[in-house]
Design a protein around this ligand. Sequence first.
Ligand code: C5P
Length: 218
Amino acid sequence: MSIPVLTIDGPGGAGKGTVSRAVAKKLGWNYLDSGSIYRSLAIALQKQGINLANEFDIVKVAQAMDLEFDCGEEFSVKLNGTDITDQLALESTGNIASIIAALPEVRRVLVQKQKAFKQMPGLVADGRDMGTVIFPEAEIKVFLTASAAKRAARRYKQLIEKGIDANLCTIINEIEERDRRDMERKIAPLVMASDAFYIDSSEMTINSVIEEVLNLIH
Ligand code: C5P
């Protein structure tokens, strides 16, 4: 029997993580936060002081990194045995992740780590290229977006709630810069799959987005 997959792609801050986690929980399916894999690599590189211009060393670190995900009640990630969950959400981590995510060899090395999440009884996969590159066979694909201003305001709120110092103007600039980098890169750019459902969450509550995605599945 084939394993059902729901992909939710879109730019950062559109609500993909919250929606994907809620839908996975409701269905009892596995959950892949693919951005956290790129973010974990960013943290590994920082820890080892690797120069971001050195593609060869970046790929070596990607190949060697051992990641353990706990997608239970509280999402957590261990990198080579050390809990790095708190560092994952930092804006600096996301920015480095988007720089290294443009390297073709890095993406190639990380493909298998992502495909391994496809297990019974099903998978909800969130990212940028889940429906276009990693799981093109997915039964249901969603492209979830929102205006840059709305996404920045949400990200700002999340960071403040986590006790992380943040500046709204800086976040808007960083979001626009990251969108540009993710959409313009040559390999696996952020684009909507031709068979995806488009949802703009700018004026929607997170609960209504979750409901809409669940309706698509049913
Ligand atoms: O979704 P998140 O903000 O955690 O992703 C961090 C960065 O990782 C993105 O800006 C993007 O460059 C990269 N990414 C990617 N492909 C994915 C998921 C994330 O290139 N499937």
